[in-house]
Design a binder for this molecule. Structure first.
Ligand code: MD3
Ligand code: FE
Length: 217
C-alpha cells in the first residue's frame, strides 16, 4: 500500500491540517456517500430545499434545508436556529443515524472526541451558486467544532483568517471529503467560489451538496 493507491478514481490523500484546529479528511465519507445522498433525498421530501433571503434582502444562491433538532434559517428579520421549518411549521426531519455517526467519527479523528451534533444544515449548489466570505457565529457553543461533508461535484473552497481582509487560501473539496473546523479556525472567514460550469460527479450530476454538523446550544 502507498499514498499512490487509487481510490474512487483518484490518488488517495492523507489527512491534512489546513489551519489552526482545522483538519481536511480526504474521502472520509466516501464509504457512506451513496447512503447519505439517499437520505438527503428523503429529507428533502419532508423539508424541501429553498433559497433563503438574508436580512439585507439578498436571495442566497445555494438552496438549503436542515435535519435534526435545530435548523439554520434566515429571513428579513435575521439569522437564527429554529426547531421548526418555517416553510411547513413542522419539526425538521430527524437526523439519520448515519449522519450522526459520521459526524462524531470525523470530529473524533480530528481530535474533538465528544462532539454531539444538534443539527445539520444541508446546502445545495447548482452551476454558478456560491457562498460569499462569512463567519459562522449564530451558535452559542463556539468551543464545539463544525464538521462539513462534501458530496457530488467538486468546488473551490475559500479559507481566510479571523479578519475579513486576511488573505484567502483555496482548497478543492471533492465528493466524500470531510473537514473539521475547531480551535481558532472555528471563527475564520470562509466561503466557496461559484460552482463551475463543468463541475459534475456521477452520483449527483452538476450538483454539489455540503452538510455542516453543528452544536448550537
Ligand atoms: C470554517 N458552507 O454552511 S463548508 C456554511 O461549502 C458554509 O457549503 C460552505 O460555510 C459550503 O456555513 C463551506 C466548510 C465550512 C463550514 C463551516 C465552517 C468551513 C467552516 C465554520 C467555521 C470555519
Ligand atoms: Fe459557513
Amino acid at each position: 500500500m502507498s499514498t499512490f493507491d487509487l481510490f474512487d478514481g483518484r490518488v488517495d490523500r492523507p489527512p491534512e491540517p489546513i489551519a489552526d484546529g482545522a483538519w481536511l479528511l480526504p474521502g472520509f465519507a466516501l464509504a457512506n456517500a451513496s447512503e447519505m445522498l439517499q437520505s438527503i433525498s428523503q429529507i428533502a421530501l419532508q423539508a424541501p430545499f429553498r433559497h433563503q433571503v438574508t436580512p439585507g434582502g439578498y436571495r442566497m444562491s445555494a438552496s438549503m434545508t436542515s435535519c435534526g433538532q435545530l435548523g439554520w434559517v434566515t429571513d428579513r428579520t435575521g439569522y437564527r436556529y429554529s426547531p421548526t421549518d418555517p416553510l411547513t411549521g413542522r419539526p425538521w426531519p430527524d437526523m439519520p443515524g448515519i449522519f450522526d455517526q459520521l459526524a462524531r467519527q470525523a470530529a473524533d479523528a480530528a481530535g474533538y472526541p465528544h462532539f454531539v451534533p444538534q443539527g445539520c444544515l444541508i446546502n445545495r449548489y447548482e452551476t454558478g451558486a456560491r457562498m460569499s466570505l462569512h463567519q459562522d457565529k449564530d451558535e452559542d457553543r463556539l468551543e464545539a467544532p463544525i464538521v462539513s461533508v462534501s458530496l457530488g461535484a467538486p468546488i473551490t473552497f475559500l479559507f481566510g483568517g479571523p479578519n475579513r481582509t486576511d488573505p484567502t487560501a483555496r482548497f478543492r473539496l471533492e465528493h466524500g471529503d470531510v473537514v473539521v473546523w475547531g480551535g481558532a479556525s472555528r471563527m475564520f472567514f470562509h466561503g466557496v467560489a461559484p460552482l463551475g460550469k463543468r463541475a459534475a460527479h456521477p452520483a449527483t450530476g452538476a450538483v454539489r451538496y455540503n452538510l455542516t454538523f453543528r452544536r448550537v446550544r
